[in-house]
Write a protein that binds this ligand. Structure first.
Ligand SMILES: Cc1ncc(COP(=O)(O)O)c(C=O)c1O
Length: 395
């Protein structure tokens, strides 16, 4: 179904030259070839959004607060509200006590959470572990928020004794704790109950906890025994990426925060007729449709099945790598399989994210057992010493 044309039919849009068309064909071919080899970055490659193609014909925009009104009525804010409401349910947000919107990705959600925290506590210090995503230090610099990087444990989880000691030294300053709910490289979860217990032990009552659940925020709601990570675990705000586990052709995410915090930072802007609660002005109206489509087609049972299949395959990958002599491990409830940094020949075929001496595979819904087998075979053969050529026979 095409959008009704706005202009007379004789005024056609100019079309691409044959050369430019060939360039697009070549791009498609390249992407088709690379897609199954993307095993190092947490971007689900497996979705079908054909139902939504017609909506690319409209200049739609979700400027402003999704729960307010907007002068720009070509929007999808009713769909956006459904999406964030579903995420609020999955993260155990307090009934009628939360607010949220669809962001441009996990980074914007983290920026939003840290912004709200800093507005609540202007003289705060933000604490984050050395395994935190690289964008967080940049956000803190942009916001001029004082911050302290904490040590991590070897498994990637925050070093709680370093947190305790550092908080003790700065007990007079309100802390913002930036908790990783699935670190980028090792999939480690900073335990919110342990963090809250340390704050209680030190009698610190004015703390703010932001949970960066970029990938694991779509996994932990569907496992039997999740680590404490969400609003029920004590978070004040949570950021989850949409293009990671759920999957979307455009980067996106969802941020949620306790309503009483958000109300402190909202401002009304007459020009757009909306509450200026979001970080960006113009916001995508397509990405809420992508997320809505995934949620409506998969339903919670479908997402749960995907999560369980990925967790089982992650365990399969760990065992297969170990059986091939490559030490590999993963955290409980994590689809991130950690191993030593693979040799260059493996990294040129596979899209892998290395850091220092480690690499990882992230078992997303598009990763199959056959892909794991091929990767492990390539990795193992690259580690095998090259066969020594026999000495030439001498007369
Ligand atoms: C733990 C963590 N936080 C934040 C981000 C940034 O998310 P996004 O790429 O959606 O902006 C990532 C990305 O990989 C991540 O792993």
């Amino acid at each position: 179904m095409k959008a009704a044309p706005l202009h007379p039919p004789q005024l056609k849009f100019p079309s691409l030259s044959p050369v430019d068309r060939l360039r697009l064909d070549a791009l498609r071919e390249r992407l088709d070839e690379l897609r199954p080899r993307n095993i190092g970055y947490p971007c689900n490659q497996d979705f079908d959004f054909e139902d939504l193609f017609p909506f690319l014909a409209y200049s739609i925009n979700n400027v402003g607060d999704p729960f307010g009104s907007s002068n720009y009525r070509l929007n999808t804010q009713d769909f956006e509200r459904e999406v964030v409401t579903e995420f609020a349910r999955m993260t155990h947000a307090p009934e009628n006590g939360w607010w949220g919107y669809v962001t441009a990705g996990g980074t914007e959600g983290n920026m939003y959470g840290l912004y709200v925290a800093r507005e609540l506590h202007p003289k705060s210090i933000c604490y984050f572990s050395e395994d935190t995503h690289y964008s967080v230090a940049k956000i803190l610099r942009l916001q001029h928020t004082r911050n302290i990087m904490l040590k991590s444990q070897p498994n990637g989880e925050m070093d709680y004794s370093d947190l305790r000691e550092t908080l003790r030294i700065h007990r007079d300053v309100p802390p913002i704790i930036f908790a990783n709910i699935g670190t980028t490289m090792k999939g480690a979860v900073d335990n919110l109950h342990k963090i809250r217990a340390i704050l209680d032990e030190l009698a610190i009552t004015n703390a703010y906890i932001h949970a960066d659940a970029a990938l694991s925020g779509m996994i932990l709601p569907f496992v039997a025994d999740p680590q404490p990570w969400d609003f029920a675990g004590g978070a004040d705000s949570i950021s989850i990426s949409g293009h990671k586990f759920l999957g979307s052709p455009l980067p996106c995410g969802v941020v949620l925060a306790r309503k009483q915090h958000v109300e402190r930072v909202a401002r009304s802007i007459e020009y757009v007729g909306a509450l200026d609660t979001t970080i960006a002005g113009s916001r995508s109206a397509i990405t809420p449709l992508f997320l809505w489509h995934r949620l409506r087609t998969l339903r919670p049972e479908g997402i749960k099945d995907l999560v369980h299949r990925c967790l089982e395959l992650s365990q399969y990958a760990v065992e297969k790598l170990n059986a091939s002599g490559i030490p590999a491990w993963r955290h409980k409830n994590s689809v991130t399989v950690v191993f030593p940094r693979p040799p260059a020949s493996v990294m040129s075929k596979w899209i892998i994210a290395p850091m220092k001496d480690i690499g990882h595979m992230i078992v997303m819904p598009h990763v199959t057992q056959a892909i794991i087998d091929e990767f492990v075979a390539d990795f193992a053969s690259a580690l095998r010493p090259a066969p020594v050529a026999p000495e030439p026979a001498t007369l």
